[in-house]
Design a binder for this molecule. Structure first.
Ligand code: IMP
Length: 430
């Protein structure tokens, strides 16, 4: 049985929700492995829209096991809110269908506060974070002072761990001229939510090993995209986790043999939320049109997304470092009606032509995209379910992209509806 990981190949928001839902319908276990409630996945099923942030997409489908791995940072209050939201929409969430790794790091209110304070106080660099406390929580994880889910079950030792954590942050808060945290208050806050989330605590690594032995299909659901990867993205304008496919394994306690196919979700154009370099950004009527037709507003934050042409250099980089085996191309219909479509095929830096993204962010801001023009199409591709329904120019665009990024399209998505998908190669049948 093949296990599949889905990752974004751009700056997130590539339309993973629909593809993950499409695949989760055909899998037994759906696993989140990195990120937190900074992610926003929209699923449309039978006309009902579900907006998920932290819960794996499989939760909306009966009979699937949903798993949150150790690589995810979990805000217990956000989780509780999301469970209530989804329950109100008629979805059942129990300790039978949702398992959370006992070694997962928790996001506390102090992390959210620090995220906002830093974004507000940093004059030189603003990352444009989601202000959900993601970065500060990962910092504490690496700094070996995090509170993890399992810690909530050991109340005797919890207060010592909190004191250590709070002492560290109080030095910083004092330095910034802000009120210090009271460890007792943090302890009480955590106790007030502990009983709500402890029932989901599980030995996720063993559960997934058993699932594999039983021949179950596992879907690893990535969040954000390769260009937001802490190492391989547009640092420092990135999120604080690794978003590439190996994290699907380290983020859930599985070994390298557990993954058979990596599907890279790629939007037919590019968007980005937050700050940072974006060589193909169109701050003009083209960008406005892409944003309007593509409904480019954040699922959870509501922020307007920046829009531009597709960047084949970046997608090729994402394919290489992300280990992507096949592409799921989304939102092709947003390009319907453009007379000419541009694909970035290289950059110019100080008069030199380069075919890679330079590492230094100051260079990433300076590079000028080099475009190849592709003839557009006037017919609609919306809702197409076979290649025959696509205009010849749309097929040419897809084929040219495949050549430029060095990877084939496995799936083509032509509307938010699950059925409006052209399947070229089934990722589960690798
Ligand atoms: P953080 O993950 O909240 O720390 O934000 C860091 C950067 O990643 C910001 O530019 C965010 O806009 C971006 N980001 C985080 N999560 C997502 C996502 O799910 N989609 C798109 N961008 C994201």
């Amino acid at each position: 049985m093949a296990n599949v990981a889905v990752i974004g190949s751009q700056w997130g928001d590539e339309g993973k929700g629909k593809i993950v839902d499409w695949l989760s319908n055909r899998s037994d276990v759906v696993v989140r492995f990195q990120g937190g409630h900074n992610a926003g996945h929209t699923l449309v099923i039978d006309g009902v829209t579900y907006k998920l942030a932290l819960l794996p997409s499989g939760i909306v489908r009966g009979g699937k096991l949903s798993v949150i791995g150790n690589g995810v940072v979990i805000d217990p209050w956000a989780l509780s809110k999301e469970i209530k939201y989804i329950t109100d929409l008629g979805i059942t969430v129990t300790s039978e269908n949702l398992k959370i790794a006992e070694n997962a790091t928790l996001i506390l209110p102090l992390h959210q506060k620090l995220d906002s304070l830093r974004e507000g106080s940093n004059k030189n660099i603003k990352i444009g974070t989601t202000k959900r406390g993601i970065g500060p929580a990962y910092e504490d994880k690496i700094g070996r002072r995090s509170i993890r889910l399992a810690d909530l079950a050991n109340k005797d030792t919890l207060s010592d761990k909190i004191e250590r954590l709070v002492n560290h942050h109080n030095i910083i808060l004092r330095g910034m001229g802000h009120n210090e945290l009271n460890p007792k208050e943090v302890f009480n806050e955590l106790l007030s939510i502990a009983d709500e989330i402890l029932p989901y605590k599980a030995r996720v690594s063993s559960i997934l090993s058993d699932a594999r032995k039983a021949g179950k299909r596992i879907l690893f659901e990535g969040a954000q995209g390769v260009m937001l990867d802490i190492d391989h993205g547009t640092y420092p304008f990135v999120t604080s986790s690794n978003t590439i496919s190996p994290t699907a394994l380290s983020g859930v306690g599985q070994n390298i043999k557990a993954l058979n196919f990596v599907l890279g979700i790629t939007k037919a154009y590019t968007t980005r939320v937050g700050e940072g370099p974006f060589p193909t950004e169109q701050e003009n009527e083209i960008g406005e049109e892409l944003g309007k037709k593509g409904h480019e507003f954040g699922t959870n934050t509501g922020r307007k997304r920046r829009c531009g042409w597709i960047d084949a250099v970046m997608v090729r980089h994402a394919i290489e470092v992300g280990g992507i085996d096949g592409i799921a191309l989304t939102k092709l219909d947003v390009l319907d009606g453009f007379e000419t479509i541009k694909i970035c095929i290289g950059y110019e830096l100080d008069g030199e032509i380069i075919n890679y993204l330079p590492i230094a962010s100051e260079d990433q801001f300076r590079i000028k995209p080099i475009y190849e023009d592709v003839k557009g199409w006037s017919d609609s591709t919306y809702g197409a379910r076979s290649w025959n329904e696509l205009p010849a120019e749309a097929i040419k665009y897809v084929k040219r992209l495949e050549e430029l990024v060095g990877c084939s399209v496995s799936l083509l998505s032509t509307s938010p509806e699950r059925e409006d998908t052209i399947l070229v190669k089934d990722p589960f049948e690798d």
